[in-house]
Design a protein around this ligand. Structure first.
Ligand SMILES: Nc1nc2c(c(=O)[nH]1)N[C@H]1C(S)=C(S)[C@@H](COP(=O)(O)O)O[C@H]1N2
Ligand SMILES: [Mo]
Length: 417
């Protein structure tokens, strides 16, 4: 251990990230040394275990790991959101059952045999695809994040809201998304030269629709059929959704029903009155598509109190709509000094990246924060920078640095720095 105490990387106990790259380091977290009684056979070893089942479920001891802060507009049950319990997960994949949900009019009960995707508008040949027909096209799969542009909106409030990572930032998840590149389908339909945008519409009663520029479609848009190896969950768009890697979640139209090729954006309610950013001069910024570079310490975080002073792992997620995460820095002294965090091996474009830092907490109050940089060179801004020039009524696209206060008793709360 002493060897790592010689590798302080920043103020207030942050250790060098090489801590995680060396073999054979112990954290000293095991509370008791093993004794003979630790080796006694437990009850569950004294008879055969349970049988097989057709589909698995998490351990009954993990029943607290569920979606949180579920809210719906008054008088509705499906017009709102549920949030991913980020503080209870590790790695970068969100189990499908915990992917956040955001619906404007509930989850439609779609019969996949009846459902069609219709491609029309400024095309040579309007086409209609059944699910079976779509599944015969060449497919791709990528592990990528999906984030609602309303995520973290609470951080714009004048006083820091108290809540878990789920409550404050749980409108982001990551999955392996598999499906057919939309460019392939459009090539088959033949886009007319005047076709520069398309309007994607869903089969829910909200008929949510968004305009998408053709460049993005030709770059990496897919009609997603699979999520983490199985068909999409109903809540996430079954049987098909538009997936636009790195772009705001709202544009990833679920229960995708029609794609109309047009010559200009159609100014739907979801890209004008909603999902636009009101500035303090009264001008509203439209079409903020890629999600900004962002990171968040998920452990420790509110609800996950610290125990006795000692060696801790700070862990969190970072992501950017512009590409890969290049660097994550962590501070344990409120941003006075920073140390590079170690990144887990899976660093992929437009995906969550897991970071870790070793921290020797002395037991005194501390403010911990993380700051991500992406491969385009963008650095996660401070809260102050994000709010500059924005109307106090603005709500979307918040990617500011999140600070957590660790009290002497180990309790973690949300603070602004
Ligand atoms: N048809 C349709 N598509 C939709 C929505 C919707 O209500 N209806 N919600 C949008 C919003 S605001 C977001 S953030 C994402 C959420 O996707 P998820 O529920 O799979 O997490 O879907 C988008 N696509
Ligand atoms: Mo959203």
């Amino acid at each position: 251990m002493a060897e790592f105490d010689e590798l302080p990387a920043a103020g207030n106990g942050l250790l060098d990230r090489r801590f995680f790259l060396r073999a054979g380091v112990a954290s000293g977290a095991a509370l008791m040394t093993a004794s003979a009684s630790s080796l006694e056979r437990q009850e569950w070893m004294k008879g055969p275990g349970a049988g097989m089942s057709e589909a698995g479920a998490p351990s009954s001891h993990e029943s607290h790991v569920v979606r949180a802060s579920i809210g719906s507009l008054t008088g509705t049950t499906g017009t709102g959101a549920s949030r991913t319990p980020l503080q209870l997960l590790d790695g970068i994949i969100t189990p499908s059952r915990l992917h956040f949900e955001r619906h404007h009019s509930g989850i439609p009960d779609i019969d996949p045999d009846q459902h069609r995707l219709v491609l029309h508008g400024l095309v040579e040949r309007p086409l209609s695809f059944s699910l079976d027909a779509l599944a015969r096209y060449p497919m791709v799969s990528r592990i990528q994040f999906l984030e609602c542009s309303g995520n973290s909106g609470a951080s714009m409030a004048p006083e820091p809201a108290q809540g878990t990572c789920a409550a404050l930032h749980g409108l982001v998840s990551a999955s392996e998304w598999g499906g057919v590149p939309l460019s392939v389908l459009l090539e088959e339909a033949g886009v007319k030269p005047a076709g520069k945008w398309l309007i994607a519409e869903g089969a829910d009663s909200a008929m949510m629709s968004r305009s998408v520029p053709m460049d993005k479609i030709m770059d990496d848009a897919i009609v997603a059929l699979y999520q983490n190896g199985e068909r999409l969950r109903p809540s996430n768009g079954y049987p098909m959704r538009l997936f636009l890697p790195g772009w705001e979640g709202n544009m990833c139209v679920k229960w995708l029903r029609t794609i109309k090729v047009v010559d200009q954006p159609s100014m739907t309610k979801d890209e004008t009155s909603k999902y636009s950013d009101l500035q303090s001069d009264g001008v509203s910024t439209l079409f903020t598509f890629p999600m900004g570079v962002k990171s968040l310490i998920t452990s420790p975080s509110p609800g996950l109190s610290m125990g006795a002073p000692g060696l801790y792992q700070i862990s969190g997620i970072a992501w950017s709509g512009a590409g890969k995460i290049k660097r994550v820095e962590v501070s344990a002294d409120g941003g006075k000094s920073w140390a590079d965090a170690a990144l887990d091996a899976h660093v992929m474009p437009k995906c969550l990246t897991r970071f870790r830092s070793a921290w020797r907490w002395e037991g005194s109050p501390a403010v911990i924060l993380s700051r991500a940089t992406d491969e385009s060179g963008s650095i996660q801004p401070t809260r102050e920078t994000v709010l500059k020039g924005r109307s106090t009524a603005a709500f979307y696209h918040y990617n500011g640095i999140q600070a957590w206060h660790v009290a002497e008793n180990g309790e973690v709360t949300n603070v602004y720095v």
